[in-house]
Design a protein around this ligand. Structure first.
Ligand code: G
Ligand code: G
Ligand code: MN
Ligand code: NA
Length: 254
């Protein structure tokens, strides 16, 4: 309730900021992009973690203007970085299922890309299995539109939710993002390891790429590389950090 009230009053962007977590290839350890993660420093409540406010923002509607700012700012940021460093990194943006209900979602995205002068291939939208489970033709059409533009789509937290696999064939998806709980168990839980192996095999069979999330140590990285997982995100390569830190740690390494 406190969060609900504070959220409705919070100025956007004012109390909000974005941090960025790097994504590297598992085998050759090359930087390929980053995920934008939202932070809220409330004047009333202090720092509130996303897990505590995103679902409330979805209930009270604040997620809509907030997400529009997230998209605008992260697209601006990736354009600046790719220009400055002559790179073609991809920005991962978390998308709430509510945003996908907006019939103008794609045209809004088009407008933001045009405004920033960003290439569509620099964008990777992360949607959860929750969105994909809607299973509607509308969603299939939306994903097709994004794919046609060369905007990538990832299924976030893959392997923890409902995990009906049928939508993998129905929707034009580019990445499966293997959920952290499965990665946590990799080194000492045989079942988790077999599940991750199966996910990579399914992805390979369907022509999808895989990225593992929450990779914290070398042994997890080695197992994932061995299993054929393409990319890695986690504390091993870097925590989510502010833009200045991200630049210093991951971009300015001559
Ligand atoms: O670092 P971490 O605590 O940031 O993120 C926690 C959760 O909050 C993640 O599941 C992530 O998907 C979600 N999240 C972070 N930033 C955003 C955002 O900009 N939009 C949405 N919808 N979810 C986000
Ligand atoms: O969108 P999503 O659920 O995937 O957000 C990623 C979440 O996982 C964020 O909260 C981020 O801070 C967290 N995270 C990313 N890498 C690691 C890691 O290596 N260890 C831990 N404990 N958390 C991580
Ligand atoms: Mn995510
Ligand atoms: Na996730």
């Amino acid at each position: 309730h406190q969060i609900d009230l504070a959220l409705k009053k919070a100025p956007i962007p004012g109390e909000f900021s974005l941090v960025y977590q790097p994504q590297y290839t598992a085998h050759s350890k090359q930087l390929i992009g980053m995920e934008a993660l939202l932070r809220w420093n409330s004047s009333e409540l202090g720092f509130v973690p996303p897990d505590a406010f995103i679902s409330i923002a979805e209930e009270n509607g604040v997620i809509i203007p907030l997400s529009e700012w997230v998209m605008k700012e992260s697209i601006r940021q990736i354009t600046e970085w790719n220009r400055r460093y002559g790179l073609s990194l991809a920005m991962g943006i978390n998308i709430s299922p509510l945003q996908l209900d907006d019939p103008r979602f794609v045209s809004k995205l088009d407008a933001l890309l045009a405004e920033a002068g960003a290439e569509p291939k620099w964008i990777n939208l992360e949607v959860t299995e929750r969105s994909a489970m809607k299973g509607e033709k509308v969603l299939a059409d939306l994903f097709k539109e994004l794919s046609r533009r060369n905007i990538s789509l990832s299924i976030d937290d893959f392997g923890t939710g409902y995990s009906s696999l049928s939508y993998l064939k129905r929707f034009e998806i580019d990445y499966l993002k293997i959920a952290k709980p499965l990665v946590d168990g990799l080194a000492d839980n045989e079942t988790d390891r077999q599940i991750v192996q199966a996910i990579v095999m399914i992805a390979t069979a369907l022509g999808l790429r895989t990225i593992a999330e929450g990779v914290e140590d070398e042994s997890q990285l080695a197992i994932l590389d061995h299993l054929g997982c393409d990319e890695i995100q986690g504390y091993f390569f870097g925590k989510p950090v502010n833009p200045q830190e991200f630049e210093r740690l991951h971009l300015k390494r001559e």
